[in-house]
Design a binder for this molecule. Structure first.
Ligand code: A3P
Length: 276
């Protein structure tokens, strides 16, 4: 991959991600109401951003965007270029960086952090499709070529297994909440209730059901794709389901990734639903 660079053992790509600032966490003075949404790419970042925004702000205007801490996407300001100060409170930031970058912020500065994780099989399929999009250089290979990049730990933002395992090991931290994409799919109402509770926001039942309804795949797709932001094309809201990996993986890939789960996840008690 041309333009690839490595920082603390993780790959980043300056061609795909202009204005990447991986030292940014050091520049952030955390406010008590700040919220960070941390994910490996394609795990439901946008979905969670929208849910959290609507929990915190009693609003029905859309789309709304939360800046990434480390990168500037689609000409929207990222936290770095705004020095974190230009955003309305309570501020919601997103990141694809790993736990290491935010350890002090979470443990010492009490930064409330919501991590969304998704089963790595579906993450890889979704990430593959994202790489095929034009603004991400139209990855020319097949899913199997993309899987090879994953096997060789060449993917941007590193390995999904590493990322999930590191966050999961922090799950008992007081300011950290972990949500699985599959749980949002299966019971969004329950997830919204838990997040509101974690953030200390009282919500009426009516507001909860409104947030859930507005967070449905169809409603999100409609609201975000009618906006001209390049990244939120119809291709971005692709399927939004559990188990699409079954249409892509060959037997060797299934075996490889199941072994990865055994190695990384079984010992720490992390598991994912991967079928509808
Ligand atoms: P698919 O490519 O499998 O459809 P991220 O925001 O982290 O990039 O994640 C994008 C993935 O989340 C895409 O997965 C996208 O369709 C899915 N997604 C976005 N909004 C969703 C929603 N409201 N419900 C279910 N899935 C959603």
């Amino acid at each position: 991959i041309p333009g690839k660079t490595t920082y603390r053992g993780v790959n980043y790509h300056f061609q795909i991600i202009p204005d990447l600032d991986i030292d940014i966490a050091n520049k952030w003075a955390v406010a008590p109401t700040d919220v960070l949404i941390a994910t490996y790419p394609k795990s439901g970042t946008t979905w969670m951003g929208s849910l959290v925004h609507e929990i915190l702000h009693d609003t029905t205007s859309r789309p709304h965007f939360q800046p990434f801490v480390e990168m500037n996407i689609g000409n929207r300001p990222c936290a770095s270029s705004m020095s974190f100060n230009g955003f309305a409170h309570p501020r919601v930031f997103k990141t694809h960086l790993g736990y290491d970058f935010f350890e002090d912020k979470i443990q010492k500065e009490c930064l409330k952090t919501i991590v969304v994780m998704r089963n790595p099989k579906d993450v890889l399929v979704s990430y593959y499709h994202m790489h095929k999009m034009k603004h991400l250089n139209s990855f020319p290979g097949s899913f199997h070529d993309f899987f090879d990049l994953f096997k060789h730990k060449e993917l941007i933002f590193g390995d999904p297994f590493d990322s999930c395992a590191k966050w999961w090991q922090q799950r008992s931290s007081r300011n950290l909440m972990i949500v699985k994409y599959e749980d949002i799919i299966m019971d969004c109402t329950d997830v919204v209730r838990k997040i509101a509770n974690f953030l200390g926001v009282p919500l009426t039942e009516k507001r909860i059901s409104e947030i859930v309804q507005r967070g449905s795949f169809g409603a999100m797709k409609e609201a975000y794709t009618s906006f001209s932001g390049a990244i939120f094309s119809k291709a971005f809201f692709r399927k939004g389901v559990i188990g699409d990996w079954m249409n892509y993986f060959n037997d060797e890939e299934v075996e490889y990734i199941n072994n990865m789960s055994k190695m990384y996840f079984d010992p720490i008690g992390l598991s994912f639903v991967d079928r509808p």
